[in-house]
Design a protein. Structure first.
Length: 319
């Protein structure tokens, strides 16, 4: 009798432990794909892939504990969704004569290597160079570009709004700072001339969603820029550290495509002390372009002194 009771208690406790593991794994999956539109839900969804990895670990634990059915189902869900991180295709479009090559980077205001980087970039091939978190104290480092490029952010009257500098080897025929909240929130709108055809460039660096207020401002800025781009009749693209992952519900660009979707999966940001991997880093630096462009190349590479990588890409203008 005592043995039967002890056996029953052991089996009940074991089943309870299995149920807890299954519940936690399912909660992690739900958190990774939650549809709710509020601050903490959006933050959780940003960490979709680490959450799926944690759920996969619990699934494998269930398999090891001979709970193969539950573990197998949960593992299959995780593996299918994690497979989106595996590069499955490559860009096959060759660069055309009507193409624009862009480099963009969040420098980090305190980057001690900015002078070295600018000297190197000056000798590299690109049409547009987008610099974010550029300190006004480094304005003098832009002087060597004056004879070979058009600059936004160098003139005293412009200042360096939102820490953004744009250096263009294509003529800038229109420049505008669009203010949503004075000088604290807004974006840059430029028109560039490519083969006698105007190209609209939107450049922005929304606040990082570290607080609810910053999250609201980020979403407000993305929405305003989305509305503005949808009203453009010609070719346009958006460049910047947008502080949002591409699977967020607020990453919404109807009738447009992103570099992340058009090319292989990449990451562009991780805290300086963390090694960049597809699990520990996030893709928050983006290029977005309308249907008059296609993407012919994309390279995401390390940038010394910054916790962001530099995006280098070429957009072909369709005939």
């Amino acid at each position: 009798m005592i043995k039967a009771i002890m056996s029953w208690r052991y089996n009940f406790k074991q089943r309870y432990n299995f149920a807890v593991i299954v519940a936690i794994a399912l909660m992690l999956i739900v958190a990774a794909f939650n549809p709710w539109q509020f601050y903490y839900a959006d933050l959780l969804i940003s960490f979709r892939f680490p959450l799926l990895v944690a759920a996969l670990f619990l699934a494998l634990l269930l398999v090891a504990l001979k709970q193969g059915w539950f573990g197998g189902v949960i593992a299959m869900i995780c593996i299918i969704n994690l497979s989106s991180l595996v590069p499955l295709h490559s860009l096959e479009t060759a660069p055309s004569e009507a193409a624009i090559t862009v480099k963009q980077i969040n420098l980090n205001y305190n980057n001690p290597y900015i002078e070295m980087h600018l000297k190197n970039l000056q000798n590299q091939p690109w049409d547009v160079l987008v610099l974010q978190e550029f300190s006004d104290l480094n304005r003098h480092l832009l002087t060597p570009f004056l004879n070979t490029a058009s600059l936004f952010g160098y003139r005293e009257v412009e200042g360096i709004p939102y820490g953004i500098v744009v250096i263009s080897r294509l003529p800038i025929i229109h420049r505008q700072q669009v203010k949503l909240d004075g000088d604290r929130l807004g974006y840059i709108k430029l028109k560039l001339l490519l083969n006698k055809r105007p190209i609209t460039a939107f450049v922005a660096h929304p606040p990082s969603p570290r607080t609810v207020a910053h999250w609201h401002n980020r979403n407000r800025l993305l929405s305003a820029m989305g509305n503005a781009s949808s009203q453009e009749s010609g070719p346009w693209f958006i460049a910047g550290d947008l502080n949002i992952v591409p699977w967020s519900g607020y990453f919404n660009w109807p009738n447009a495509q992103s570099c992340y979707a058009a090319a292989n999966a990449y990451t562009s940001f991780a805290p300086a002390a963390v090694k960049h991997t597809l699990i520990t880093a996030l893709p928050i630096d983006h290029c977005i372009f309308n249907q008059e462009f296609n993407l012919s190349s994309l390279d995401v590479s390390e940038f010394k002194g910054s916790d962001h990588k530099i995006l280098s890409y070429t957009l072909n203008l369709k005939s």
